[in-house]
Write a protein that binds this ligand. Structure first.
Ligand code: AR6
Length: 171
């Protein structure tokens, strides 16, 4: 079984095979973690993203890491929360599933996720964290390249939610 852990960290500093970006459908950058990743990765990342033709909500696309310590960036487009009646939970789960599949296909052993949709997209954190942990645990058996998963948290309250959920899952 792969190792899962929650850390308080700026995801742009992590030396892992892939970091996941909480992107938007354009894949051309934005605020939050997306802005931080593009700032640190440099213009080469934007140029590569411009060739990708955007991305649907719930899907993800992979690029190089450019000036980041991570080898790859997996750009996942989470749902914007609009009350929970627009398939937001399933779309969020799809982001985690699809990101792990791309990481596996690229031979990544380690991957770090931010709390996708929990910032500017306003997904309720308690629900998002349960979906993230459950989906990752359920997907890992079909993505055996991935041996280490980090949930990178920017705030202490988010870190506490992930740690409680990982404990509850005995992960
Ligand atoms: N490292 C780790 N986590 C971070 C970092 C960082 N450097 N910066 C922010 N977070 P958000 P979303 C946390 O808003 O809700 C962009 O404009 C943050 O505290 O980055 O999916 C995109 O282009 C929160 O817990 O992403 C989209 O338009 C989590 O990362 C839109 O925002 C996600 O917050 C996506 O919104």
């Amino acid at each position: 079984m792969a190792r899962l852990e929650a850390l308080k960290a700026d995801i742009t500093t992590l030396e892992v095979d892939a970091i996941v970006n909480a992107a938007n459908k354009s894949l051309l950058g934005g605020g939050g973690v997306d802005g931080a990743i593009h700032r640190k990765a440099g213009k080469g990342l934007l140029r590569e993203c411009e060739t990708l033709g955007g991305c649907e909500t719930g899907d993800a696309k992979i690029t190089g890491g450019h000036d980041l310590p991570a080898r790859h960036v997996i750009h996942a487009v989470g749902p914007r929360w609009s009350g929970g009646k627009k398939n937001e939970p399933e779309l969020l789960a799809n982001c985690y599933r699809r990101s792990l599949q791309l990481a596996h296909e690229a031979g990544c052993a380690s991957i770090a996720f931010p709390a996708i949709s929990c910032g500017i997209y306003h997904f309720p954190p308690e629900q998002a964290v349960k979906i993230a942990v459950r989906t990752v645990i359920d997907t890992l058996p079909s993505t055996p390249s991935v041996q280490h998963v980090v949930f990178a948290c920017f705030q202490d309250d988010m870190l506490a939610l992930y740690r409680a959920e990982l404990d509850a899952a005995n992960a």
